[in-house]
Design a protein around this ligand. Structure first.
Ligand SMILES: C[S@@+](CC[C@H](N)C(=O)[O-])C[C@H]1O[C@@H](n2cnc3c(N)ncnc32)[C@H](O)[C@@H]1O
Length: 269
């Protein structure tokens, strides 16, 4: 996949262990079509010096990859809500995503707005080894960080670790591009979880994803393509009071009595 050139994205290494990390950082920079800059023991502000205001810096460290901007906002990969939601599932509680998708072992799922892949991880747990969960992330550096984190991050939950390893990031870019390249009925379920217009609270980690993520609204074109690509259903997650589901022609909705989040369900075309 050839990504467009990213003059506003720099990739470097941590100050320690630089020699070991440099080949990896160079490979990520090449993949992201970004500039690799040698760290040369420079402090972070020196790396931003003379660069544009919207410049982002990816630092490849031994344990993780960090994304920073000039204002000091930080993002790193973390499975976010996957852990508590999976714990609740394992205790036998319901999860609206799983119910809305009618997900079962062996299913194939496309998460078209991957982010932290926390919802993808829930799907991956349910579909198991015989199923598949693919993810697409519009912001290439976030998608790459998720891809690498999904391979290596180890939590205290054996089930979550297994689920994370099953997710494959298949596209660093817009979901519409990828959906257009898919044959009809390629996945059982396609899921969309675009950013809500207003975020009701949320963790510090989620705030970081909101800061660095893509806020473009979900389009009817993407939803129609997803309906072509889905064998069973297309899911759209939104806030209960949002007009998005109406705009997308959704008739079936799933929520809890007091829940603020809602999953809209669309049939295949
Ligand atoms: C609300 S977050 C999704 C969170 C995710 N469901 C999770 O479990 O972590 C939305 C994500 O979708 C990404 N995104 C937005 N528009 C997109 C598009 N057109 N194609 C692919 N990804 C997109 C954003 O960059 C962001 O990472």
């Amino acid at each position: 996949m050839n990504l467009v050139s990213r003059p506003e994205l720099l990739v470097t290494t941590a100050q320690t262990n630089t020699e070991t990390l440099e080949p990896k950082a160079r490979a990520y920079a090449a993949e992201l079509n970004a500039e690799f800059v040698e760290r040369q023991e420079r402090p972070i502000p020196a790396l931003f010096a003379g660069r544009k205001d919207d410049c982002r810096l990816m630092i490849v460290q031994s344990e993780r990859i960090l994304l920073l901007d000039r204002e000091g906002n930080e993002f790193f990969y973390h499975p976010n809500m996957a852990y508590p939601r999976l714990r609740n599932l394992l205790r036998g509680q319901r999860d609206l995503l799983i119910e809305a998708g009618r997900l079962e072992k062996g299913d194939s799922v496309l998460d078209a707005t991957l982010g932290f892949a926390s919802e993808a991880a829930l799907c991956a747990h349910i579909v198991g080894d015989t199923g598949e969960v693919h993810g697409i992330e519009a912001v290439p550096e976030i998608g790459l960080m998720a891809r690498e984190g999904l391979k290596t991050l180890t939590t205290e939950s054996v089930e979550l670790n297994a689920a994370l390893r099953r997710i494959r990031v298949v596209h660093l870019g817009d979901h519409l591009e990828y959906l257009r390249s898919c044959p009809d009925r390629r996945y059982d379920v396609v899921c969309f979880d675009p950013f809500f217009e207003q975020e009701p609270g949320g963790s510090e980690q989620f705030g970081a994803l909101r800061h660095f993520g893509d806020h473009a609204p979900l389009t009817l074109d993407a939803v129609k393509e997803a309906q072509r690509v889905a064998r069973r259903r297309v899911l759209i997650k939104t806030l209960r009071w949002s007009s998005l589901l109406e705009e997308m022609g959704v008739m079936e909705r799933l929520t809890t009595r007091s829940g603020i989040v809602m999953y809209g369900v669309l049939p295949p075309l």
